[in-house]
Ligand binder design. Structure first.
Ligand code: ADP
Length: 483
């Protein structure tokens, strides 16, 4: 009894419309909400029919009503209910059927929800239209800016060729430098707006990987020399010469990282390592590392690095310039090449940006690879530009060198066992210096070890360590025999 009273009370007070109906569609009950929303007095509603309230289902074209059929109303259905004044509103039905063909229903007025959905859709459409207009505007403006910048550059270059006065030449060089900076910024904005608009595509053309690396290295060598930094470049020679992909964009990724490395380093070194990490069928995965000993980036700042328009510190913009778009574009380019990009850095100590990309291999039938002059020089350059430390003076195979090597190798394996990856990397560096005289034999195993350490892969690091150790031991045995 109590429960029935409670049910009746709840039905009466609920915000949903509650209607009870008979087999023939006659309405036998309407709660307060039903009376209010449908606009009937109680007697009017109770003498009315479900067909009038649900006209969409039951009204014929000539205005008359069909016979009530309960199956035309369904549980969970969205439909409309009509008021006395012929206005209608959307509802969501819950239907409860009695065995005698009648039943009752609860109807939730979903006008508010519907309106909100419509509004959200409208806002989304407006935002998309705005975004499109913004992108088009940016694309147009940047395109328009390019022309005058290229014009200035062309004229200044021509002028510079005929100028003798050193001071004037210096000023013209500065103008050219500013033009290059401006072009780079314009290009970044253009790329970014194309990416935002989903209109950015990659080329798929065959290119010479070593030629590309030559050009990139040459581009940065000038700035690196000017800053008196050391520049090391290691390239895994098993990388096929002819690759298929977007040469310009691969270069852009590397150029962005290298420009930053040079920009944010005042003493020490900048290095680039490229290795082949996987090859299946005609696909090859390349792994690049760009390291510097510059100002570094704190952990909190690293999180923001790859977001658009984010420069780590506002004062950096003033000191170093830039738009904060470079790394966001770089990340998107890497991802478009089915790769990933990571940063590891410590404030004040330097940064290491690494990324992988996948490319297809081209026509590499000609085994006698014509490695460019510059590339052959790099390996030499690399060796001759090592830091001049104590290890440098220890000739390979001498007693002191032998002892030093033994100590470092023991420490290295211990660091790997303890997962002290950073320490292990430093030890690998000293081992490299201590074995510099035998670089040709040790270059590949040491690079493999560096990669494994860098990836913090225990199994690969131990295997690579064993390989380095075995090679060094064999070389040392030879060294003894020679003596
Ligand atoms: P921009 O296009 O302005 O050069 P980036 O997206 O390339 O911007 O870099 C964003 C910010 O990340 C830089 O302003 C700098 O604060 C930081 N950063 C990037 N690379 C390095 C690095 N090698 N060393 C230290 N800070 C870096």
């Amino acid at each position: 009894m109590k429960r029935e009273r409670m049910n009746a009370g709840v039905a009466e007070e609920t915000v949903e419309l509650v209607l009870a109906f008979e087999r023939d569609g006659g309405i036998s009950y309407g709660n307060r909400s039903a009376l209010e929303k449908l606009g009937y007095a109680q007697e009017e509603l109770l003498s009315g029919s479900m067909c009038e309230v649900f006209r969409q289902e039951f009204q014929r074209e000539d205005g008359s009503y069909a016979d009530f059929d309960r199956t035309l109303l369904k549980d969970g259905q969205e439909t409309v209910m009509y008021r006395k004044n012929n206005a209608c509103f959307p509802v969501m039905l819950r239907l409860f059927e009695d065995e005698d063909g009648g039943g009752y229903l609860m109807a939730e007025d979903i006008a508010y929800r519907k309106n909100t959905d419509v509004r959200i859709r409208q806002l989304k459409e407006e935002e998309e239209a705005n975004q499109k207009a913004r992108n088009e505007f940016t694309a147009n403006v940047t395109h328009e800016l390019r022309t005058p910048v290229n014009g200035i550059k062309g004229h200044v270059t021509a002028l510079s060729e005929n100028v003798q006065d050193a001071e004037v030449k210096k000023t013209l060089d500065i103008i050219l430098y500013c033009c290059d900076n401006m072009s780079a910024i314009i290009n970044n904005i253009l790329d970014f707006s194309k990416m935002e608009a989903g209109k950015f595509t990659l080329e798929d053309k065959e290119f010479d990987f070593y030629n590309m690396m030559d050009q990139i290295v040459a581009t940065h060598t000038v700035a690196i020399n000017k800053k008196e930094l050391q520049f090391r470049v290691h390239i895994d020679e098993t990388i096929p010469q002819r690759l298929i992909g977007d040469e310009l964009r691969v270069g852009q990724i590397l150029n962005n990282l290298l420009s930053n490395a040079v920009k944010f380093t005042t003493v020490g070194q900048v290095s680039v390592d490229v290795s082949r990490t996987m090859q299946t069928g005609d696909e090859v995965e390349l792994f690049f590392m760009v390291r510097d000993s510059g100002i570094g980036i704190s952990i909190e700042e690293q999180d923001k690095l790859f977001q658009s328009f984010k420069q780590v510190d506002a004062s950096i913009t003033r000191r170093f310039g830039g738009t904060g778009l470079g790394l966001s574009i770089t990340k998107q380019l890497v991802e478009m090449m089915n790769g990933t990009i990571h940063v590891e850095s410590e404030k004040g100590k330097g940064s290491c940006f690494s990324f992988s990309i996948r490319l297809r291999t081209g026509d590499n039938m000609d085994e006698s690879r014509d490695m460019s002059e510059t590339y052959r020089n790099w390996n030499h350059l690399t060796g001759s530009m090592e830091e001049v430390g104590q290890e440098e003076r220890l000739t390979f195979g001498t007693k002191e060198n032998r002892e030093e090597l033994k100590k470092r190798l023991e420490k290295l394996v211990l660091s790997i066992e303890l997962s002290s990856w950073e320490k292990a990397e430093t030890l690998a560096q000293t081992i490299k210096t201590l074995t510099k005289d035998r670089e040709s034999e040790l270059k590949r195993p040491i690079l493999q070890m560096e990669m494994a350490l860098r990836k913090e892969n225990y199994e690969k690091s131990i295997a690579a360590y064993e390989n380095v150790k075995a090679t060094i031991t064999a070389l040392l045995e030879d060294a003894v025999e020679v003596r």
